[in-house]
Design a protein around this ligand. Structure first.
Ligand code: 5AD
Ligand code: FES
Length: 347
């Protein structure tokens, strides 16, 4: 086998065999890695040009009923200072964001039972009423089909739910027995069936990881056919049992972004905050490996430090306008442009 041949195959056929992808990821050197990133960025430019889509992330609650072992806002973390934004605060974030050119608002939170369907649908309706030209993306974890349907009927356009891993033994290393991988994967199917633009994804280098699992994840994603895929390195959080684990590799994350792009030319792939946390130019590097979305923080500065999924998260001291400007400059520095556009998935 030969890395350049496999890259060529990915470019042409948009897939490759498990063994080939594994070989590629194991055998890349400086030169072939560059070739991989270049091929992925080229694939992205064919479809999206030099346009980068913008999503405003509103972290509206850090209450969570789950206890994922890796996560800083898991229920069991007594040190987390909990907060919930009021509807009016969320709307104020959207107003600020709209003025800065955002046309997608991502409402992300822990699995917080306070946000019943009644409360959540009211918030979605209020945003869509005031900003009918904007997309609303939800990232609220696992809910029932009825709940997903009600939120969709209220006007939500998209939903992000990372599967984290679709390998059972790995899933069990990351989650308590009360959580079920089967239900999570079923949620993803349900979201797609209902008609959401659906996003999945995973952490790179999370405790217990193996390269084989990551290759299987790429193949799972190809088969699932999402509209969006978010990946980022695992970063330890001091108040978790994985505090002492090493963070995921940036290089591997970028290589996986590139292979994902070659396998899924149409999907929207964010240059994630976790990538930016490991390397000050991580997000630029992700774009140059095939990412085409940035998701700056729109949360009120007063709560940002409380939404700590992992240690040293960036942008926790900045104001919305600063993040927006910062990303604009970063993208310009590598020849890309942030656009004011909903940036929907198109077939
Ligand atoms: N390191 C990196 N990413 C994390 N996430 C949660 N905890 C961590 C961590 N310690 C990611 C998960 C989740 C998303 C919102 O944040 O993949 O789906
Ligand atoms: Fe809630 Fe991890 S504990 S998402």
């Amino acid at each position: 086998m030969d890395c350049l041949k496999i890259i060529e195959k990915l470019q042409k056929e948009e897939t490759a065999d498990r063994e080939e992808i594994l070989f590629l990821l194991e055998n890349l050197d400086g030169e072939t890695e560059q070739a991989l990133h270049r091929a992925a960025a080229e694939k992205s430019r064919e479809r999206f040009g030099n346009r980068i889509y913008l999503r405003g992330l509103i972290e509206f609650t850090n209450y969570c009923k789950n206890n994922c072992f890796y996560c800083g806002i898991r229920k069991g973390n007594r040190n987390a200072q909990r907060y919930r934004l009021e509807s009016e605060d969320i709307l104020a974030c959207c107003r600020m964001g709209y003025g800065l050119g955002y046309r997608t608002f991502v409402l992300q939170g822990g699995e917080d039972p306070w946000f019943t369907d009644e409360r959540m649908t009211a918030i979605v309706r209020a945003i869509k009423r005031e900003f009918p030209d904007c997309a609303v993306t939800l990232s609220l974890g696992e809910r029932s089909r009825e709940s997903y349907q009600a939120l969709f009927d209220a006007g939500a356009d998209r939903y992000l739910l990372r599967e984290e891993t679709s390998t059972k033994e790995h899933y069990e290393m990351l989650h308590p027995k009360t959580m079920s991988m089967e239900y999570r994967l079923q949620c993803l199917e349900t979201l797609k069936e209902i008609g959401y633009q659906t996003g999945c994804g995973f952490m790179v280098g999370s405790p217990g990881w193996k390269l084989e699992y990551l290759v299987d994840e790429l193949l799972f994603i190809k088969k699932f056919g999402p509209h969006m895929v978010g990946i980022g390195p695992f970063i330890p959080h001091r108040d978790t049992k994985y505090a002492k684990e090493p963070h995921g590799s940036l290089a591997l994350t970028l290589n996986l972004v590139a292979v994902l792009r070659l396998m899924n030319p149409k999907v929207l792939i964010p240059a994630t905050t976790a990538v930016g946390t490991l390397d000050p130019r991580g997000r630029e590097k992700a774009v140059l490996a095939g990412a085409n979305v940035v998701m700056p923080n729109l949360s009120p500065a007063s709560v940002r430090k409380k939404y700590m999924l992992y240690d040293n998260k960036i942008c926790t001291g900045d104001e919305a306008a600063e993040c927006r400007r910062c990303l604009e400059n970063r993208m310009r520095s590598i020849g890309y442009e942030i656009v004011t556009d909903r940036g929907d998935y198109r077939d």
